[in-house]
Design a protein around this ligand. Structure first.
Ligand SMILES: C[S@@+](CC[C@H](N)C(=O)[O-])C[C@H]1O[C@@H](n2cnc3c(N)ncnc32)[C@H](O)[C@@H]1O
Length: 324
């Protein structure tokens, strides 16, 4: 396939070599394997996987139609059929059922926003530039960030900023936002910068914009990112065929904690009453395991961190479906 990694809209895929290491072997094992990219973005992970293995079919989901259009172009010489789906990954089970797919070989989910969404000022995700305060990954539905700020009260906004942004000045910033109820990215960035204490601003230094945590928190809230993840974690494991793998890349400890707990729960031996008289060989085994090289999750190498600072909080965890 043509190398499009330097195309103008290129998004650098995080932990791409590790995703290939985790998911290419089961995809290469049979000619009728199925790959699902739950967060297509610019198709970077799919592109890398299709260089290493040729599945029988690849299904690509994204809730952003701009991303799907770009990925379609980028993957136009893919070596297998592609099926693009405009849907949130919380609907993964029903979207696959709609095309008569019961089980799949590999699912990759690379959470969060793409650099395209951040870089396109008009999408309203970024404090760099001025635009309507939108932040929806799917601009065709749901409330914008401006809609949310139009009638939210201080306690709820404080809790969003503290929980999703780890913002130490949450209460003070929430108070200032509610007073002004901004509708543009530049107005929000100014309000946050002015509301933050000098001490907090100095702590952030010049490297991090004072509004970074507020923008992240609002984005997570507007797109219900934790609810989406919860539903993916509930449904995706049972879609795996035996030997199939699910790889999830998170960028936030709130997300990683959920993935870690769910994967541990699924791979733990079923609990039996103590002293039950059964042979070790009869003991029921879990249906899932954590491949040993990914058991604790993997983080980017120093080389990747140097080349792509956006990868700094990324962690990949992998779950495998085993023989019953
Ligand atoms: C980090 S980017 C993916 C980049 C991609 N892996 C690549 O290498 O080009 C995340 C993408 O997932 C999409 N996304 C985030 N949450 C989603 C959800 N709940 N359902 C479907 N797509 C989602 C975003 O719209 C965005 O395009």
């Amino acid at each position: 396939m043509a190398d499009l990694s330097s195309a103008p809209d290129a998004h650098v895929s995080v932990l791409a070599a590790e995703v290939v290491q985790a998911l290419a072997p089961p995809l290469a094992a049979t000619s009728d394997s199925i790959l699902v990219d739950a967060t297509t973005g610019l198709g970077g992970h799919t592109l890398r996987l299709l260089e290493a293995a040729t599945p029988g079919l690849t299904v690509l989901l994204d809730r952003d139609t701009d991303a799907l259009a770009l990925a379609k172009e980028r993957l136009n010489s893919a070596p297998c059929p592609l099926h693009f789906v405009h849907a949130p990954f919380s609907a993964i089970a029903s979207e696959l059922a709609a095309v008569d797919i019961e089980t799949v070989t590999a699912i990759v989910a690379d959470l969060g926003v793409s650099s395209i969404q951040l870089d396109r000022v008009e999408r309203g995700f970024s404090f760099r530039g001025d635009a309507a305060l939108d932040m929806r990954m799917d601009p065709s539905r749901g409330e914008t960030a401006a809609d949310v700020l139009a009638d939210i009260q201080v306690p709820e906004l404080t809790s969003i900023l503290a929980k999703y942004g780890n913002e130490p000045d949450a209460r003070r910033i929430a108070g200032a936002i509610v007073k002004m109820r901004p509708t543009t990215t530049a107005a929000l960035a100014d309000i946050v910068t002015n509301a933050m204490t000098g001490r907090q601003r100095r702590k952030l230094g010049l490297r991090i914009h004072p509004a970074t945590r507020t923008f992240q928190a609002l984005r997570i809230h507007v797109n219900d990112e934790l609810g989406e993840l919860q539903r993916l974690l509930a449904d995706a494991p049972s879609l795996l065929a035996v030997g199939g793998r699910l790889g999830i890349i998170t960028f936030h400890s709130l997300e990683d904690r959920r993935v870690k707990h769910r994967f541990r729960e699924l791979s733990a031996p079923p609990q039996l009453p103590p002293h039950l008289p059964i042979l070790e060989s009869e003991r029921p085994r879990p249906k899932f395991s954590l491949p040993s090289e990914f058991a604790r999750g993997v983080t980017p190498s120093t080389a990747e961190l140097d080349a792509n600072p956006r990868s700094r909080s990324a962690r990949l965890r992998v779950l495998q479906r085993d023989l019953p």
